[in-house]
Design a protein around this ligand. Sequence first.
Ligand code: FES
Length: 168
Amino acid sequence: MSDSAVMAPPAGRSYEKVLQILDLHHRDRTRLVPILQAVQEEYRYLPEEVMTLVATSLGIPAAKVYGVATFYSHFALEPKGKYVIRVCDGTACHVKGSQDLVDALTASLGLGGARKTTPDMMFTLETVSCLGACGLAPAMVVNEDIHGQVRPEGACAILDGIRRMEGL
Ligand code: FES
């Protein structure tokens, strides 16, 4: 029985895509980082059982895969929402009121404490140290879309626009 047959796929997906990614990279262990990037694009995070499958397929310890995944901050070990909102809290954005954005979005999304993702898995709210768009401070990114000089009411309007689009 193959590894893919014995492990239940996460969130209703099969491991076929992971196996394709591994094949695409010729199961080359030196390609571990791009393999994990491609897996994350597929799942939006790195499920533990998939990291184990990657380790087994590459013939390396699972601890090494986990170590790489935790070393690079752009890898996520927990599932994220469909829309990942990153509010910059770097120096330029902080002095221009980024905390007000975080507070407004936190309240609008009903988040707080350790909870970063809404229960319906639609939104994840994070802060980052600099988006490289300091001239647009305060700045935030929704998935790939950057928004500059955002006020709290503007941030909430962006959320409302997404909710309307999603029929929420
Ligand atoms: S400090 Fe916010 S984009 Fe650089």
